[in-house]
Design a protein around this ligand. Sequence first.
Ligand SMILES: [Zn+2]
Length: 234
Amino acid sequence: MREKLERLMRLQALDLELSEIRRTLSSVTSELQELETQIGESQTELEGLELEDKEASATRRELEQTLAEGETQIRLKRMRLTSVRNERELQALEHEVEALKQSNQQLETELLARIEGAEQRARRVSELKTLIEQKQSQLQAAQKSSADRVEELKTALAKRHAEREQLLAQIEPHLRQRYELILERRGGLALVAARAAACLGCRMRLPPQLYNEIQRGKSIKFCPNCQRILYFEG
Ligand SMILES: [Zn+2]
């Protein structure tokens, strides 16, 4: 019986070590993941801006062309103005020139806004490129410096896993199943001490008869409240 409990205690100690190693491993890898995420986000933004820029410069070329055509029209009409003698025709021509000038002004305003937009985009693109480069070299450095640590932790994990398997093979199946179930449901703690008539897992006071039986240690006992396996600690 004593031996049975000691195996369970070794198993519980191993499981606590295992979860500690897993926690350390995940904190080491989460730094790398965080950097990878940041790089990915910047790259997505960069691609979006580059696409936007492509579309915007096509629109810009169209605007420039329309503007140039407008200017040609104005020049042609102004030349005609010098040869027109008829007053009504003259006025009509002047109106047309005025209308063309106004529409060209609008086009210019729009073009300027687009040039400004392109400048803003270019600034952000160069910011993003620098940022991505920085983060990538940060990532490489972090990968290099944590590679040994990750390897070490993985080895420790594998070693304890093997020990755990060996130990489990020596524990009767129904007790093993119960242990695993409680371990999973009770935050990685399936075996706890009973001290001063209380379960140290959930702090509940144990019925006197149960506590006596735990002290005698003739069979495996469970906490009536948290279901953890109990052992006596005087
Ligand atoms: Zn309990």
